[in-house]
Design a protein around this ligand. Structure first.
Ligand code: PLP
Length: 233
């Protein structure tokens, strides 16, 4: 059984349930273009993908007013493929990646919003800055010379666990990092406002902790079928 027929309903239901000021990113990775179109027709404009090539193809098949968010691990040698159109790169986890995003955005005379990914989970496998390392980078200040990117906030993924208190505490850690960084480095930067956290199973906790952008895939499009997705590309 698939949920494809229910995509529009899911979008509308989730949007109605979100408090004011919370943005919804539809995480469409692995799902076919028809599903994205259905979401688009229901009014959805923010889409998230985690594979560069897949995002490039979908971008070419979707209307121009879609805002594409890259939510995967950023490989610096693939930034040039998304630089012409990507709205937000969510997974920035080093200064080098930020600088390369700037260089590629400059080639297309664009300004790309970048979110600093913080490692808040206990697993080593999840990527992201260690919070101290990220603070050090902000203190060093070289990022201020990067005119073709804007640091738009932070992003984080909680541990893969059933322990809701732990997940909530990890989101709180992300929000607290955001507030400290805002106070120290972005007081006069209204563009630094996004706290991207929460997926289908934990976005309620993320909102409670203070997130304002939730990334929902399964809750909108149904379960992902990776085998099918790979055959298609
Ligand atoms: C896949 C993914 C999501 C969406 O996960 P769901 O559980 O399907 O809602 C959110 N964020 C990131 C970074 C992802 O890779």
């Amino acid at each position: 059984m698939t949920m494809e027929t229910g995509i529009a309903d899911q979008i509308i239901q989730i949007k109605e349930s979100l408090p004011d000021g919370i943005e919804l990113l539809a995480v469409s990775k692995t799902h076919p273009i028809e599903s994205l179109r259905e979401a688009y027709n229901a009014g959805q404009r923010l889409f998230g993908e985690n594979k560069v090539q897949e995002m490039v193809i979908k971008h070419s098949q979707m209307p121009e007013d879609v805002q594409w968010h890259f939510i995967g691990h950023v490989q610096r040698n693939k930034l040039h493929l998304m630089a012409p159109f990507v709205a937000v790169i969510q997974g920035i986890d080093s200064y080098q990646t930020l600088a390369e995003a700037n260089r590629q955005a400059a080639r297309f005379n664009r300004r790309i919003t970048c979110l600093l990914e913080l490692h808040i989970a206990t697993e080593d496998s999840k990527s992201g800055f260690q919070p101290e390392k990220c603070m050090q980078m902000l203190e060093a200040g070289e990022w201020r010379n990067l005119e073709h990117i804007e640091i738009g906030g932070v992003m984080g993924m909680a541990s893969y666990t059933q322990n809701r208190e732990q997940i909530f505490a990890e989101f709180q850690q992300l929000v607290s990092f955001f507030r400290t960084a805002k106070e120290l480095f972005f007081k006069d930067s209204p563009g630094f406002h996004t706290i991207s956290a929460g997926m289908s199973n934990d976005y309620d906790l993320a909102i409670k902790a203070g997130a304002n952008l939730v990334r929902i895939g399964t809750g909108i499009f149904g379960a992902r079928d990776y085998a099918k997705a790979e055959n298609k590309v």
